[in-house]
Design a protein around this ligand. Structure first.
Ligand code: ATP
Length: 352
């Protein structure tokens, strides 16, 4: 699909294939085109070129209300003057579904989102999380083939948001409905999704399972967007047995795997939490080894982040879980090492 607004390409030649029953997320910064993609899937927006297919059916020209698809918005938009039950029943009444069937479907749906006990309440009598569940029930009661969710948890506080992430995931697993979920929060996408598409500037940069997105990001943008990252320029001084070595002063070195075609990357990415920090005097021997001085220490409760100044590659950010073992102090000389698998090759710069 491609979608322009005036001369601006909000969605630029995006191709996605989403599996039946999958929890699929579109992840990217504000304005990257996620919502526009979702609205084209829903039928609220028409692509300028391209098509939307559902199974073997081309639904590109089909209006939103005729697609077996429902969209859950960021703002829940519950009807304030109706009870929870009537809010959920509303769409079925419009479709002239019989009363006994409405009763059964609404009850079943409210049970599936653990909100049966709220049926008689009005929206103003509900917490944010409860309102969110009702908004979800209102979409699910239509038994859509695909449920589209646009940042549905963004109005909730952090604790509730985490709880709702788990609940949404469980509901999705239980019902087996295909979920397409839009978020700019990488942790949310990681926790919930089977697969993630990372977007920027209207384009898809990578589609993969969460672990691959994090550990083998396709571009620098992806690597950076989903976590913090050290990037080192890499120079191959020696090669042997599928490995490239960059020699630095005093026996320090960085060892990296060659890629499938036997080439060394021009840049390496290493996540801060994959770097082991030990006092320089007592450090164990290892293939990759850099030496530096601790410049700053940030304590985060579950982890501690160190900035280590090295002569070889500048400042390296390291993050270690707080497991009760001693953390080096500011000004101390430390040795940095990481496993071969912790480093991934990156292009010199992203094309866009
Ligand atoms: P957010 O996370 O902020 O919602 P998003 O990734 O969902 O962002 P979109 O809402 O898809 O982004 O918007 C993509 C781009 O298209 C933005 O630059 C936006 O300003 C522009 N855009 C979206 N809808 C319209 C419209 N109806 N008219 C003009 N420009 C639009």
């Amino acid at each position: 699909m491609t979608k322009r607004f005036g001369g601006f390409r909000a969605v630029d030649d995006v191709t996605l294939e989403i599996g039946e029953g999958e929890f699929f997320s579109l992840l990217g910064p504000s304005g990257c085109g996620k919502t526009t993609c979702l609205r084209m899937m829903a039928g609220f927006e028409q692509p300028d070129s391209g098509a939307v297919r559902l199974g073997s059916r081309d639904v590109t020209g089909t209006p939103a209300n005729r697609r077996p698809v429902n969209l859950v918005f960021q703002s829940y938009e519950l009807f304030p003057h109706m009870t929870v039950f009537d809010n959920v029943a509303f769409g079925l009444k419009i479709k002239r579904v019989g009363r006994t069937e409405i009763e059964a479907r609404v009850t079943r749906t409210l049970e599936s989102v653990t909100a049966a006990h709220l049926a008689a309440r009005y929206p103003r009598e509900l917490s944010g999380g409860q309102q969110q569940r009702i908004a979800l029930a209102r979409a699910l009661v239509n038994e859509p083939g695909v449920l589209l969710l646009d940042e549905p948890l963004s109005a909730l506080d952090v604790k509730l948001r985490k709880q709702m992430q788990q609940e949404l995931k469980q509901i999705q697993h239980r019902l087996g409905t295909t979920f397409v979920y839009v978020t700019h929060d990488q942790e949310e996408a990681f926790v919930m999704s089977d697969r993630i598409a990372v977007m920027n500037e209207g384009r898809i940069l990578q589609v993969a399972v969460p672990r691959e997105i994090y550990e083998r990001p396709a571009t620098r943008f992806v690597a950076d967007f989903v976590g913090s990252l050290n990037v080192f320029p890499f120079r191959m001084d020696e090669r042997a047995a599928g490995l490239a070595t960059m020699l630095v002063e005093d026996g320090q070195r960085i060892v990296a795997k060659l890629d499938a075609s036997g080439r060394a990357a021009t840049h390496l990415g290493v996540r801060p939490e994959r770097i082991r920090v030990q006092l320089a005097e007592t450090a164990e021997a290892s293939a990759t080894r850099l030496v530096g001085v601790v410049e700053s220490i940030d304590y985060f409760g579950t982890s501690t982040r160190l900035q280590v100044a090295t002569a070889a590659v500048g400042v390296v950010v390291c993050e270690s879980a707080n497991t009760g073992t001693a953390v080096p102090e500011q000004g101390e000389r430390v040795s940095l090492t990481w496993d071969l698998d912790a480093a991934f090759g990156l292009p010199p710069e992203d094309a866009r």
